[in-house]
Design a protein around this ligand. Structure first.
Ligand SMILES: [Mn+2]
Length: 343
């Protein structure tokens, strides 16, 4: 292609450093141009200084500026875009703007593939983000008391992460207690935490633009044999998945390693989501650790490993760590303790 239009902000940020909320990047063979608006004039030039992109402040809309820039080139123009992120309206405007001489090539996921392999700076940042959320979880968990609501516990976590320098949660903090802990993606509610309940705490923080993602399940009181059994099975499944991780292994094989442990314990039917996902500028990115997925793991990928068991009416257990794929295997970035915390 002669050029690529990048409209997805995490991709823009990855390629040139710009972190504002309005920006298109036009990548050509020998130059790249960031189109943004006047609100971001100062920020854009500062954030992109090291990348060498030209910053252009669009006065009448980013799309129009982009069409003008493409039209300033002569002859036929093959331009790459991503069908995952370009809206139908944007595509119409661009194709109309270039007319017959424009040819549009769908190159979806090409930037995402680059993003899936982290360099040393990204790994250092993600390590810090994983340590930060581990510390937040542990310091807040120690203060959990029956009677606190799920919302209040979620608020404590969000407050603590900002106190420690995170810019914001990487997703809405999940606190789910008692039977609600079987809801895989529960929103925190005004339900008070009670004695003898499981509490699933799923939290993540963004630090210097990179996400962390951590789940721990704690128990208020003395856990029964059944609770311990389920917890240890999930922990064992997580360990098996981590042991399967190394460069060249299919992501589906990692998912299978976790599933196999739960199958042996008769718990496989309660594990109803995939084993993990890539993590980086976005909290869910490539690759997916899912059943049958053929993607090959590579050194420098950062993924979550988060098997879970969810029993309706009883509760759920999920244990999630952030893991770096190294030359030889897997390294935990998450530092929070993994054994069952009985509070
Ligand atoms: Mn996750």
């Amino acid at each position: 292609v002669d050029a690529q239009v990048v409209t997805h902000l995490p991709n823009v940020r990855y390629l040139c450093g710009f972190s504002g909320s309005a920006g298109f990047l036009l990548v050509e063979e020998h130059r790249a141009t960031l189109f943004t608006d006047s609100r971001y004039a100062l920020q854009a030039s500062e954030e992109t200084a090291r990348s060498g992109v030209h910053v252009r402040i669009a006065k009448r809309g980013l799309l129009r500026a982009l069409v003008d820039a493409l039209n300033s080139r002569k002859g036929r123009l093959r331009t790459a875009y991503s069908s995952e992120h370009m809206t139908v309206q944007q595509m119409k405007t661009l194709s109309r703007g270039l007319g017959k001489r424009g040819k549009w090539m769908d190159c979806r996921s090409n930037v995402e593939k680059l993003r899936s392999i982290k360099d040393a700076d990204e790994i250092a940042t993600m390590r810090d983000a994983a340590v930060l959320i581990s510390d937040v979880f542990y310091s807040v968990a120690k203060r959990i008391k029956p009677g606190m609501t799920e919302l209040s516990l979620a608020a404590e976590i969000d407050y603590a992460m900002k106190q420690q320098g995170a810019s914001r949660p990487s997703f809405e903090t999940i606190i789910a207690s008692g039977p609600r802990s079987a809801w895989i993606h529960a929103r925190p509610s005004s339900k008070p935490l009670k004695k003898n309940e499981l509490v699933v705490m799923d939290q993540g923080a963004i630090l210097r633009g990179y996400s962390s993602d951590l789940t721990r399940t704690v128990f208020l009181g003395r856990p029964s044999g059944k609770v311990r059994g389920i917890y240890n099975s999930v922990l064992e499944a997580q360990r098996a998945a981590k042991e399967a991780i190394r460069p060249g292994v299919r992501t589906g094989a990692v998912d299978l390693a976790a599933r196999r442990v739960l199958r042996q314990r008769g718990l496989e039917k309660y594990f109803t989501h995939s084993t993990g996902h890539g993590l980086g500028i976005e909290v869910h990115e490539m690759p997916r650790l899912a059943s049958g997925d053929e993607t090959l793991l590579a050194e420098g990928m950062v993924v979550t490993v988060e098997p879970g068991v969810y029993v309706e009416g009883f509760g759920g257990v999920r244990i999630e760590d952030d893991v770096l794929v190294t030359a030889r295997g897997a390294e935990d970035l998450t530092t929070a303790p993994r054994e069952l915390l009985a509070l």
